[in-house]
Design a protein around this ligand. Structure first.
Ligand SMILES: NC(=O)c1ccc[n+]([C@@H]2O[C@H](COP(=O)([O-])OP(=O)(O)OC[C@H]3O[C@@H](n4cnc5c(N)ncnc54)[C@H](OP(=O)(O)O)[C@@H]3O)[C@@H](O)[C@H]2O)c1
Length: 301
């Protein structure tokens, strides 16, 4: 089995390489080897690798920058998935793709389900939604089997993320103010890769895993301030000395932390479809956070 992973330098791309290593012949490509903004580069890469599975971990993830670079964001997040879906369909390969809770407005009470109405608040969310829809359109007119995992608040040992930023700031700042009215579940890249591995294993074992959209997030919920406090408390437990104590992280409303792109207040995803389809229980967000904090403190950041 030949598996092609795009976005090899990203958080999820990195973990996929670790967790899919024994599942077949793995080819993980970076933007030099497969530029998702360039259709010719994508075609050449798929032609070269001849994959049975395409795992598209590459994406334009610069949420604020997308506001002013709309075409570039759409090229990577909408046109590239469309082409990957067409190429996968043409050769009978299967496709795994990742999307985001940013397809939603974040004003629902309760967790978002896969079939809830979408309404992105920013260009990044709109580009990711266009990618999901492009794949669904190819599925509707071909035999393509594709699974799109909408995930949220991603962090990992590898790459830049909120968790590492908080650790750095806690070592240099005397005070820290973090938003406390946006809710979600920090989801580790390792968990996303593990679920992807489960999917592939079950499909190749012959189990019917219905293709389509699935929500994939750690269990439980928090807000950014409590997340930051957990990160700092765990780092201290692991021996990191910080300038500030967890309880010194102040909470502020999102209106006091304006960003070019608006963020949803509610990023909570209902993952029942995934859990019942794959027969698994997603772990609480604190488990992944504690593990990554321990790793980052041990290995440096
Ligand atoms: N991060 C989050 O909080 C979050 C939340 C919800 C959903 N998601 C989704 O989860 C998936 C994985 O995200 P992540 O956190 O792993 O992202 P990430 O760490 O930012 O990695 C993105 C990857 O895409 C690559 N890439 C960007 N533009 C490219 C291009 N033109 N050609 C080829 N590769 C390109 C990057 O390469 P370079 O290293 O060269 O830039 C990097 O390898 C994405 O679909 C993302 O939209 C992420």
């Amino acid at each position: 089995m030949r598996i092609l992973i795009t976005g090899s330098t990203g958080q999820v791309g990195y973990e996929l390489q670790r967790q899919l290593a024994d599942m077949g012949v793995l080819t993980a490509v970076d933007r030099q080897q497969c530029n998702l903004a360039d259709p010719d580069s994508i075609r050449a890469c798929v032609e070269r690798v001849q994959p049975d599975w395409i795992i598209n971990a590459g994406a334009w993830t610069a949420v604020d920058k997308a506001e002013t670079e709309r075409d570039a964001a759409f090229a990577v997040n909408a046109e590239a998935p469309r082409l990957l879906a067409e190429l996968a369909a043409a050769r009978g390969a299967r496709l795994v793709h990742y999307s985001t809770d940013y397809v939603f407005a974040g004003d629902k009470h309760g967790r978002y389900r896969e079939d809830d109405p979408v309404q992105p608040l920013n260009v990044y969310g709109a580009s990711k939604l266009a990618g999901e829809q492009a794949i669904a359109a190819v599925m509707a007119t071909s035999h393509l089997q594709a699974w799109t995992f909408r995930t949220t608040w991603v962090f990992g040992v590898h790459g830049n993320n909120f968790l590492k930023t908080m650790l750095k700031l806690a070592q240099t700042r005397d005070s820290l103010s973090v938003v406390n009215d946006q809710f979600g579940a920090p989801t580790s890249a390792a968990l996303i890769a593990a679920v992807t591995a489960q999917l592939i294993q079950q499909v190749i074992a012959g189990k019917l895993v219905e293709p389509g959209l699935y929500h994939l997030a750690a269990a439980g919920e928090t807000h950014w301030q409590a997340y930051a406090q957990r990160v700092i408390a765990q780092a201290q437990k692991k021996g990191l000395s910080t300038h500030i104590a967890p309880e010194q992280v102040q909470g502020i409303p999102a209106v006091q932390y304006p960003t070019p792109a608006a963020r949803p207040a509610n990023s909570r995803l209902d993952c029942q479809r995934l859990e019942s389809t794959l027969g698994m229980k997603l772990p609480d967000w604190t488990i992944g956070v504690d593990a990554v904090v321990a790793d980052v403190v041990r290995t440096g950041f």
